[in-house]
Design a protein around this ligand. Structure first.
Ligand code: KIV
Length: 262
């Protein structure tokens, strides 16, 4: 395998559909990388999957940097994208630049940030500074309070036009790819056809150039609710619970540890 770069990721558009996922630690990043996942996102979804919050909003820059460094240490070939957490790029462009630089110093190959036309100045500045940016339009979870919940976006004609305009704006600003989250399949297909950069869909249908799945959903590590578009490729929550329960039972009944022979 060869190291994925922003250039090879872009060159796959129209040639190879890419199954990408999140990871937040060295152990799972190593497994995903070894299995051939081309792009690993150190997502701010860690707030919900790893840290027990109800939204992504509480995730701190230090948490993103620590997870990004762990993932980058474990990955050989995948493109590593650090997701800028809420508050790290909304409070002034100089702070946003410093935080994006810190992600690359921690080992990321690129950063991701949410928003369309309103973040284009920042995308342009980062791109010009040599920081590849993966944009994110449609349903942007950091705006959950503005939406009043995690809701599909782009359902009316005006809203669909807004998503298309945002996607085109981030491409024009220099984003190397764009995430389309929770938008209707036909809108995702139209955006994918209109853009020269790859679209990475999540809850956006089959036509996108690449897909994201949150690692905990993909592996069935999540005991609770999963979105309807998710496919579980394993049932690791059951496997882990059974292993914990067997361990507890074997310690209780004296089966583990066995007596040592010398
Ligand atoms: O943080 C995350 O996991 C994401 C994906 C949903 C794309 O932003």
């Amino acid at each position: 395998m060869k190291k994925w770069t922003v250039a090879t990721f872009q060159a796959a558009k129209g040639r190879q559909k890419l199954g990408c996922c999140t990871a937040y630690d060295a152990c799972f990043a190593h497994l995903a990388d070894a299995a051939g996942v081309p792009c690993i996102l150190v997502g701010d979804s860690m707030g919900m999957t790893m840290l027990g919050y109800g939204t992504t909003l509480p995730v701190k820059m230090e948490e993103t940097l620590s997870a990004t460094a762990a993932v980058a240490r474990a990955v050989k070939d995948a493109l590593v994208v650090a997701d800028l957490p809420f508050g790290s790029y909304q409070c002034g462009d100089d702070l946003a630049m410093a935080n994006a630089v810190a992600c690359l110093k921690a080992g990321a190959d690129a950063v991701k940030l949410e928003g369309g036309a309103r973040v284009c100045g920042l995308i342009r500045r980062m791109t010009e500074a040599g920081i590849p940016v993966l944009a994110h339009v449609g349903m942007t979870p950091q705006s959950v309070n503005a939406y009043g919940g995690f809701k599909t976006q782009g359902k009316t004609r005006e809203a669909a036009e807004q998503v298309m305009c945002d996607a085109q704006a981030v491409q024009d600003a220099g984003a190397f790819a764009v995430t389309l989250e929770c938008v209707p399949d036909d809108l995702a297909a139209a955006v994918t056809a209109a853009l020269r950069i790859p679209t990475v869909g999540i809850g956006a249908g089959p036509v996108c150039d690449a897909q994201w799945l949150v690692m905990h959903d993909l592996l069935g590590l999540n005991d609770g609710h999963v979105p309807s578009f998710v496919k579980k490729y394993a049932a690791l929550a059951e496997t882990a619970k059974a292993a914990f329960a067997q361990y507890v039972a074997e310690v209780a009944d004296g089966t583990f540890p066995p007596p040592r022979t010398k």
